[in-house]
Design a protein around this ligand. Structure first.
Ligand code: PXL
Length: 276
């Protein structure tokens, strides 16, 4: 069985980061080892959330794993809790990253804004971790902050292609931009493979709602599909369908769960699709 390690926070309530990565990656048939970056009462879109930064645990945990001789098929990083953790992850890549797929979701913002815990300096540092990755999975907000480009709600295809090219110019081999669309009716993902110089895209019908944690759900599903042997293009389509179906079933619940989506209801269909 493939074994990955995912590095992100535990938002105890909020349907994001580790509480979605674990069930999704496990359901897709890969062992998910976790390295928590912080424990929060909820994600940071709630008022008054608590947050315990776990930076001081990262190096001792990595040290123990190295002593035990553990290796990973992939490292997947998500929400990091503070700037020093970016350098800790660069060290972690050095230590465990050989013969291992390195996937970075630079989770730090959406809709043109950074999340409350972050600033522009954090985004610039995050670009350095993206430079060390095989695959980066930013949304347009995160990519624009890292590249110091103006964010647009309605980006042109040329702009999206340019952003992807610039993300890989940082050093990553492949980049996927999530949550982009070129018309009012569709939303999806556009990818670029710098090794072959090719772009690809996959869109679904746009669902008129925004929920938290959907980026984490998408990225977890991409990692799960890659570990199951799918290409990045196939993994993008599987993850985009899973995320958009999760949003659709949540909408039917009359907004009761504004803070996250009912991805649980779509897991059986995802497992079936992975068997094909
Ligand atoms: O879904 C991204 C995310 C992850 N972790 C925490 C967050 C957010 C988004 O707000 O606050 C703690």
């Amino acid at each position: 069985m493939k074994r990955i390690v995912t590095v992100q926070d535990i938002s105890c309530l909020g349907k994001c980061s580790l509480t979605v990565a674990l069930p999704i990656i496990s359901a897709m048939g890969t062992e998910a080892v976790i390295l928590p970056t912080a424990v929060l009462s909820t994600h940071t879109m709630f008022k008054g959330f608590t947050c315990k930064d776990l930076s001081d645990q990262i190096d001792p945990i990595a040290e123990h794993w190295a002593k035990e001789g553990f290796t990973f098929d992939a490292i997947y990083t998500g929400y990091l809790a503070s700037t020093p953790q970016i350098n800790q992850m660069i060290d972690f890549f050095e230590r465990f990253g050989k013969n291992c797929l390195k996937v970075v979701d630079p989770a730090m913002g959406d809709n043109g804004k950074l999340y409350p815990a972050f600033d522009v300096a954090f985004a610039r540092e995050m670009a350095k971790l993206c430079a060390k990755a095989d695959i980066v999975l930013p949304n347009l907000t995160e990519a624009c902050f890292m590249l110091d480009l103006p964010y647009s709600e309605t980006p042109t295809k040329e702009f999206v292609y340019d952003v992807l090219k610039k993300m890989t110019d940082l050093g990553a081999k492949k980049a996927l931009l999530t949550g982009v669309g070129f018309d009012e009716e569709h939303l999806g993902v556009v990818g670029y493979d710098a090794e072959t110089g090719t772009y690809f895209e996959y869109f679904n019908e746009k669902v008129p709602a925004k929920y938290h944690g959907t980026g984490d759900i998408f990225s977890s599903c991409v990692v799960g599909a890659l570990m199951a042997g799918k290409t990045l293009e196939e993994a993008s389509a599987i993850a985009a369908d899973f995320t958009s179906e999760s949003i659709r079933v949540t909408l039917a619940d009359k907004g009761e769960h504004w803070y996250g989506v009912h991805f649980e209801e779509v897991i059986p269909a995802l497992v079936k699709r992975m068997e094909q």
